[in-house]
Design a protein around this ligand. Structure first.
Ligand SMILES: [Zn+2]
Length: 279
């Protein structure tokens, strides 16, 4: 039976000496202003409800900040980090000195990249109904789970009313970085999908084909100089030995197999079991 997700095995985790790592490299500081375009409906809860309308229906509210809908920086960071971990020699428990921990942070260590909130700029918001029974997301030590995209006709709905942001909507936000190596910047740019080889999935109902979105760079600067995030994204992994490059490329390919929107499911992986749709 096919599933709406697949696993990618982690590469071997390597601990770096932070002192040596940052000392030997030319460090960069800067900012990227990015645009997030919604491809499939997205929903991120803030735990509250919209006041019931005349039908008395409770609709779960999309998270907002000062009355503006946002994709929280923390949500995007989590998604980007899980991709960074799987295409690099990183740990998977966010608690060491691997390249992901040195970039995104770990317990008691802030990290050198800051994901700001992405603010809603334009688009439609609609009440959608998502499936109720969501399986808890299990954590695995040696592999990570990624959910497939569905094409525009593939969507699993249910009975839980949510305020969803609809396809073609746009959010804009900033990612800032301070004193990171070029290699770290390459990993961040790649993991945001800025080489255009895959699209991200964010928010709720990922198994039901919600949450597909793509990221474009509007402006990117290192100090006062403009740079091309796409070039950095494409360069990720190229500084490694031949064997290491093969390992990294292998996982990048597995990731594309799942997250390249051209590979989006043409029909749902869900089945009807005892009158309930499940996967
Ligand atoms: Zn680590």
């Amino acid at each position: 039976m096919s599933k709406p997700y697949a696993f990618i095995p982690c590469l071997e985790s390597r601990k770096l000496d932070p002192y040596k790592y940052f000392k030997n490299e030319e460090l960069v500081t800067g900012k990227m202003t990015l645009e997030l375009t919604v491809i499939k409906p997205i929903f991120i809860a803030d735990g509250t409800f919209i006041k019931p309308d005349s039908k008395g229906e409770l609709v779960k509210k999309f998270i907002s900040y000062k009355d503006e809908k946002v994709v929280p920086g923390s949500s995007l960071k989590g998604v980007v980090r899980s991709i960074a971990e799987i295409v690099s020699y990183s740990c998977h428990n966010q608690n060491c000195n691997c390249i992901s921990c040195l970039t995104f942070g770990k317990l008691g260590f802030k990290g050198r990249v800051c994901f700001g909130d992405f603010f809603f700029k334009e688009g439609q918001v609609k009440t959608m109904y998502i499936p109720q029974l969501m399986k808890p997301n299990k954590w695995f030590r040696d592999k990570a789970k990624f959910y497939y995209h569905g094409n525009k006709n593939v969507l699993e709905t249910g009975t839980v009313a949510v305020e969803a942001v609809m396809p073609e909507a746009k959010f804009v936000g900033d990612i800032t970085f301070k004193d990171i190596t070029k290699e770290q910047l390459e990993l961040i740019c790649y993991s945001l999908g800025l080489d255009k080889t895959f699209c991200l999935k964010i928010g709720y109902n990922k198994p039901g084909y919600f949450g597909s979105c793509k990221i474009n760079s509007l402006k990117a600067k290192i100090g006062e100089d403009t740079f091309e995030p796409e070039v950095y994204a494409k360069a990720w992994g190229k500084n490694y030995s031949k064997k290491e490059q093969e390992e990294i490329e292998h996982n990048k390919k597995l990731l594309r197999d799942i997250l390249d929107y051209n590979n989006a499911r043409e029909k749902s992986d869900w089945l009807e079991k005892n009158g309930i749709r499940t996967y």
